[in-house]
Ligand binder design. Sequence first.
Ligand SMILES: NC(=O)c1ccc[n+]([C@@H]2O[C@H](COP(=O)([O-])OP(=O)(O)OC[C@H]3O[C@@H](n4cnc5c(N)ncnc54)[C@H](O)[C@@H]3O)[C@@H](O)[C@H]2O)c1
Length: 392
Amino acid sequence: MPLLTVLRDRFESERPFDGMVIAACLHVTPETAVLAGALRAGGARVVLAASNPLSTQDDVAAALDDSGVEVRAQAGADRDTSSAHIAAALDSHPDLVVDDGGDLVSTLHESRPDLVAQVRGGCESTASGVLRLRRMAAEAALAFPMLAAGDTPVTRIVGNARGTGQAVIDGILRSAGILLAGKTVVVSGYGPTGEGIAECARGLGAIVIVTEVDPVRALDARLRGFRVLPLESAAAAGDLFITATGSTSVLGEAEFAAMRDGAILANAGHFDVEIDVRALASKAVTIEPSVRPNADSYELSDGRRLTLLADGRVVNLVAAEGNPPEVMDVAFGIEALALGWLAGANLPPGVHEVPAELDAEAARLVLAATGTQIDSLTPEQLAYRDSWRVGS
Ligand SMILES: NC(=O)c1ccc[n+]([C@@H]2O[C@H](COP(=O)([O-])OP(=O)(O)OC[C@H]3O[C@@H](n4cnc5c(N)ncnc54)[C@H](O)[C@@H]3O)[C@@H](O)[C@H]2O)c1
């Protein structure tokens, strides 16, 4: 993770977080451990809760505890225990927060309003969390500034579009054990995540159909050569369905009724609400669990069988290894840069973009770490760019 390594060294000398507490709610994985190490090198006390107990690695949690990061997480913890862990992380009285999905920030506002005044701000790591924060801000319920770190041009290019696309297909192949070539794959949602999945599936020889609600994104998908259909029409055509919308109940009763025997369902969205698993279970006459690792078979009354992967949870996290460390390096590197900047900034409450120069700085450092050099504008080109007097 070269970007975080450079930043850890920088933080060690600049100490931007001296005397501060950072409460984070993230996947408890080795990549998060590297981020926590960089923040500690910058002088922070770091307290970590899990954003998803299914991805918590207990050995990482133990190693982090040994290294001085206070971890409140346990693999497979139920909903109540996970909520208690988040509450315990908040007991640290944080100055800065890092969230992944919005649970830490919403709990802080709902259950610990006494802590709000101390929080200078924080970062949100994922698109679904940013949507949630925007809904809070729209109701004037967000009391401090949050940077949309999961939503910068660089995270969208490296993280969502490239890393997640590959990782989601990886999770599906491990759990479904199918050959993707020649299969019809229906990708719902053509944001950066859906785009990465669609590109990756096409690269492996699949026929890809995209379903969308946004005309701009749908046009983009069509002009990139994907078939764009309403889900109602796509439901009968797909061998594999992948949701990546950030929305809810995208695949429900009507779609299950239209699907072919043997269809496979997977979710890449942050929350496990995109496939209506309850409706699927209620329509099933038998459920055969674990027909393969992370794959359950649902037999419907007409004899068709649908296979649900990873219980409808984020398939790349449950059935594969999440995103590759190189991807998390960039995502967390941007968060670390953003937190360092936020520690000395004074922003009003609300959702803010990460400043473009921080995003560019991350890209510059990653290029340098990979030995990639680029050009810079000459003085003549700079003068041309900055002047309105010169036309042709
Ligand atoms: N699996 C992972 O590791 C991973 C990584 C990054 C993001 N995510 C998650 O994936 C989801 C999508 O992320 P994104 O960055 O692409 O978000 P985005 O908001 O940019 O894109 C989502 C797209 O889905 C479309 N959409 C919404 N509702 C729809 C519906 N009912 N039917 C069809 N299309 C619909 C929207 O118009 C939009 O174009 C989010 O939940 C995000 O948190 C997961």
